[in-house]
Ligand binder design. Structure first.
Ligand code: DGJ
Length: 310
């Protein structure tokens, strides 16, 4: 029996704390790859992998200040350091595998490291899930601001990039081109004026569910979800999920395990000391069109590889 305590430091297999905040899990060839923010030293994004979501092997600092950078067909800025040599800010990285170009494509929120005024998205690619990614720079989709974000891959291979626009007031849903390297269209604009952050998406019984937080910096708030029968909308009015602090967390991503369990992963941020931030993993239930999470302290992996909560 392997065990994790929600809201405590989770260690990798070498006994080091896992640095994968605001992250995402991609399942690929038998492994769950966990990507997330790693703000130490000259790192930006780190990658861990696991076969069971409990034993995490550190794989690589996939984007650092020294990553190779090259432009692709979008006009971008490829700077990974500011003029004064300090770091920029890359938040909430998400990665999908693109069948057409046989590459792992990463989308992330870019800021200049001083303030949140760039409000851009950035992209990077790699031939391997955990190799050194090549950075392709940042841009504002159709000129819009783009902050907290996620990626979602539909069953037919269509991918979507979702990000907070207009100083976080609106949530934009963009359909991606078939190589995932640019935006194809602004597919929907959700909840205008409602200031939603931290989007995470899951599809169940042909309905799309997006859970988000409100906009309160590092402090947690009431999670809400909306649903639609198409990513293009119309999207429903938001409803609550979790408690008034989403159990002291902000959505990071939702995983559907190999045996079909739905798991909510949230960041439990420490606003005073970012490096003291931790994670929570909770069972996510969708029933009668409602998304529900309940809090448990312990997450356990049984000998039959079932994840149970206590
Ligand atoms: C909330 C966002 O969800 C986080 O990713 C981060 O940008 C903080 N705000 C910064 O205050």
């Amino acid at each position: 029996m392997k065990e994790l305590m929600n809201g405590t430091k989770w260690m990798d297999m070498d006994g080091n704390p896992i640095h994968a905040h605001g992250g995402y899990i991609l399942f690929y060839e038998g492994y769950y790859y966990w990507y997330g923010e790693d703000r130490r030293e000259n790192y930006y994004i780190s990658c861990y992998r696991s076969k069971d979501l409990f034993n995490w092997e550190f794989r690589n600092h996939i984007i650092t200040t020294e990553s190779k950078a090259s432009k692709i067909r979008i006009r971008t800025s490829i700077l990974l350091k500011r003029e004064d040599g300090k770091k920029v800010n890359l938040e909430r990285p998400k990665v999908l595998f693109n069948e057409k170009i046989q590459k792992f494509v990463l989308w992330v929120h870019f800021e200049n490291g001083v303030d949140y005024r760039d409000a851009a998205c950035a992209i990077a690619t790699c031939d391997r899930p955990d190799g050194d990614f090549i950075y392709h720079g940042h841009f504002n989709p159709y000129g819009y601001m783009s902050r907290d974000c996620t990626l979602f891959l539909d069953d037919d291979g269509t991918a979507y990039f979702v990000s907070a626009a207009r100083d976080n007031a609106d949530l934009h849903i963009y359909r991606l081109q078939d190589d995932y390297l640019n935006i194809a269209s602004l597919a929907a604009r959700g909840w205008q004026g409602e200031y939603r952050e931290a989007p995470a998406i899951v599809k169940q019984d042909n309905i799309y569910y997006i859970c988000t937080s409100f906009c309160t910096g590092w402090a947690p708030n009431q999670g809400k979800f909306g649903k639609a029968s198409s990513m293009e909308g119309p999207w429903s009015v938001l409803e609550d999920f979790g408690d008034e602090t989403t159990y002291d967390s902000q959505p990071a991503f939702i995983v559907r395990t190999e045996n079909g369990q739905l798991l909510y992963f949230g960041d439990r941020w420490d606003g005073q000391d970012y490096f003291n931030s931790s994670y929570i993993m909770l069972p996510l239930e969708i029933m009668d069109g409602k998304m529900t999470i309940n809090f448990f302290h312990q997450v356990m992996l049984t000998d039959t590889e079932e994840i149970i909560f206590k």
